[in-house]
Structures are given as C-alpha cells and as structure tokens.
Design a protein around this ligand. Structure first.
Ligand SMILES: [Zn+2]
Length: 273
C-alpha cells in the first residue's frame, strides 16, 4: 500500500483537524431536515429528488424501510469527519451526491486513503453491523447530500435483520474489492493510469460526470505531490479525456478516459463507467 506524505495530507485536511480539535461535530442548523414520508406517515419512500443511494434503493425493494422516523436527509460539507478510526460512529450515512474517503492511519501516524464511498454504499459499516468500532476514518471529500440514520436505530439481529445483513455484506464485498485493487494499483501502475482509475472510481459513485475537487487536493489521494500530478492532468486534458477547472474535474467522455486507465477500478454495483 502506498502511503501518503503525512505533511501534505495533513495540510489538505488541516481545517478538519482544527475543527475536530474544537470538538465541533454537529451540522449547522438548517442543514438537517426530516426525511420525506409517505402520506400514511409510516412507509418511507426514497426522496423524489434523486439520485438516490443504491443500498437504500435495494433495501426499499423489499418493502418499506425499517426506519421511517429516524432516517433524515443531511447536507455534508467538505472535510467533515463522519467518524474517527477506532471509535464508534454515532450515525450511518448513505451518500447520494456526496463523496466520502475512508482513511487508514498507519504506524507512525501516516494516513492512507483506502476507498471511496458515494451513492454505491454506506459510511459507518461497523455501526450498521452493530460491531462497535470503525476501522478507518471517514472524511467528506466532495460536499453534497446523504441520508443519515442514528446507529442506535439499526438492529441487525431484529426481525428486519436479514436484508440488512445482506446489504452490509454486499457493501463490504465491494469495499474489500476496491481496497485491494487500490493497493495493487498504487504499487504497479503509473500516475496517469492511477489518475484515470481514481476519477472513474469516483464517477461510479457520483450522479454526474464531474468530481468537485482541486488537483492539489487530489494529489495526496494518489500518493503524489501537486507538482507531479499537474503535468499528467494537463496531458490527459490535451487528449480530451478530462477538463480541470478550479474546484472540479470534469470527465466529458468516460470511454476515452478509460483508455488511459489501468483498469483497476472496482465498479460499483450496476455501474460501469
Ligand atoms: Zn491500476
């Protein structure tokens, strides 16, 4: 597994560390609202303002979701920490338009991004499974929206447990595949291939054709500096595979970008950019 330069990564997430040091974890007032409910007040339907989250969508196929009162829609902000490594998560998040990076703290304090979670999965899998402590840190990379559920509301051993276990295992299999492919990719493929792979992996988990990220913020996620990444992105841009603008990277043609990728990306279920 390639490791990030701790200094670069800590600089990128410096604001988040500062906020955490103040003990501020709550979302600002006005950004959290109750989930839309069915007219009967009990059944929950997924929001009309799709895109939705695929785990929730799969669960909803089996009938009303078991948390009609507790599920709420929240806005997530860049660099917001959703849970810490080695701690219990207070909530489980199902992103719809936000993108979250899972970060592993390694021996010596270095941090390595190991996986992306967007509308393909959930954040807080230990809480969802009722197993307690999270094995990584989850930080919002691209701001956006998610559905949020108090960890205390999930009763995987209850009568609704079977579909929940199935959903959790499916998500874990996808996550494991992504983590192992990321580790292999970091070791064996060049930065152009890794940049293309990372963008395709992100787009598999987002509703649109762009990722709201600056190149200097993306560089440490690929284990390189911004100075190394800039000419590579410029080269791919000259080929028409991507467009870098302040605050976002647009991919106008996924097929073209895929021709530059090593092919390591683990597709989210049902996707295939
Ligand atoms: Zn690769």
């Amino acid at each position: 597994m390639g490791k990030l330069g701790g200094g670069v990564f800590r600089h990128v997430f410096g604001i988040e560390h500062f906020i955490r040091s103040l003990g501020i974890h709550c979302l600002p007032p006005g950004h959290v609202g109750p989930a839309p409910k069915h007219a009967c007040g009990r059944e929950h339907t997924l929001p009309a303002d799709s895109p939705s989250n695929r785990v929730l969508a799969t669960l909803a196929q089996g009938g009303p979701l078991p948390w009609p009162e507790q599920l709420e829609r929240v806005e997530l902000f860049a660099r917001q920490e959703l849970h810490a490594q080695g701690a219990g998560a207070s909530h489980v998040y199902f992103p719809t338009s936000a993108l979250v990076v899972l970060i592993q703290t390694l021996a010596g304090g270095a941090e390595a991004p190991v996986a992306l979670v967007g509308n393909d999965g959930l954040v807080g899998v230990a809480a969802f499974m009722g197993t307690g402590l999270e094995t990584n840190r989850a930080v919002v990379l691209q701001p956006g929206w998610a559905w949020r559920l108090p960890a205390s509301a999930v009763h995987i051993g209850g009568p609704d447990g079977v579909p929940l276990v199935r959903a959790a295992v499916g998500h874990l299999l996808s996550l494991t595949s992504q983590i192992s492919q990321t580790a292999f990719c970091q070791q064996h493929h060049n930065i152009e291939q890794r940049l293309a792979r990372w963008l395709l992996t992100a787009l598999d988990r987002l509703p649109g054709q762009e990722v709201a990220i600056d190149l200097p913020e993306l560089a440490p996620l690929l284990g390189v500096t911004a100075e190394v990444l800039a000419p590579v992105a410029k080269r791919l841009g000259a080929q028409g595979a991507l467009v870098c603008e302040p605050g976002r990277v647009v991919v106008p043609n996924c097929k073209l970008l895929r021709s530059f990728s090593c092919g390591c990306q683990a597709h989210a279920p049902g996707m295939g950019h």
